[in-house]
Design a protein around this ligand. Sequence first.
Ligand SMILES: [Zn+2]
Length: 347
Amino acid sequence: MDGCRQGTECSRKNTSSGQYSASRLAAAHAGHGARMFMEREMLAISLTPCRNCVECESVFAIIAWKGMEMHPVVNHLIQLQELMFIRNEEKVTSGLARLDQMDAAIKDMHDKLQPETRTRFDRLYRKDPIVIVPISNGVCAGCGLRLPISLVQAVRQEKEIHGCPSCARMLYYLEDAPRWVGTAPKRSEPRKVGIQRFSSQSLMIPRLQSETMEGIITELATKMEAEGFVDRADKLVEAALQREAILGTAVDHGLAFPHVRGVEGGGLTLALGITAKPVRFGESAEPVTRIIFFMAIPIAASAFYLKLLAGLTETFMKPENRKALMSEKDSEGLWKALCKVTRATIK
Ligand SMILES: [Zn+2]
């Protein structure tokens, strides 16, 4: 295991680790997305030199996910953090049935960390759930500190895991992430409140054209790009579909919350689309989904995102609030209805 840790050739042999790992994760993610998850993992095995390493086996998926090779331990940590977020998202959207499985997967990944890395992870986690963050444009995505060029280079080389001098979070280098390109509000503008802080009328689609998950996510991401909030809609779609493959975001009451975490810079952005009739979103057996919130989330807003998700879930548990959105015919009406029904739940 030690060989892998430093990114050198792994000496540990376990011929069945591929299957073992895939079935283990498939069990952990039983139901939604298990099949796709396995396929991606298999695909990723060919990308990594450490395919026989027990420590690294559960990080294959993220290597495929990021579409490039990364330090195996960095991958492991990113995926562990992501699983912890996904677990908490499940919790706030009342997906309680899947929590035990998520906890088992998290424990498994946590146990597989080297003691030294685990201690460091735990120490940071006690302060804040965001433990490992990308460097974007030379800035720590966790705290916003501009990092010395020498440190950025060292992080890029991935010989060891460096920490941010200010917030101490572990750093990794990420090229080519989708970016937030919206404009910050001018001082003269009245201060925005509630849902208006991260969405707008231009991001409302009262009648989605598409009837598939991929089509709907593409429509919403394209809207975000066209309205000047993010760049690289294609990247957003790809990342959102990969998130769906780990665990579907469709929940009860015809709601779905597809999203992308790790958008560079800026603030959280939310787009809303309504389908004319119920659609099958992800792995759900029946077409039941009608209200789809698509969100682009900077890593630093991950904790806030959970609050927003809880607020939206609370709001739309009530049938009258869902009806208020579904009866609107144009974006102006939909936007007004969304602002009105979330007034008490989203501050
Ligand atoms: Zn920092």
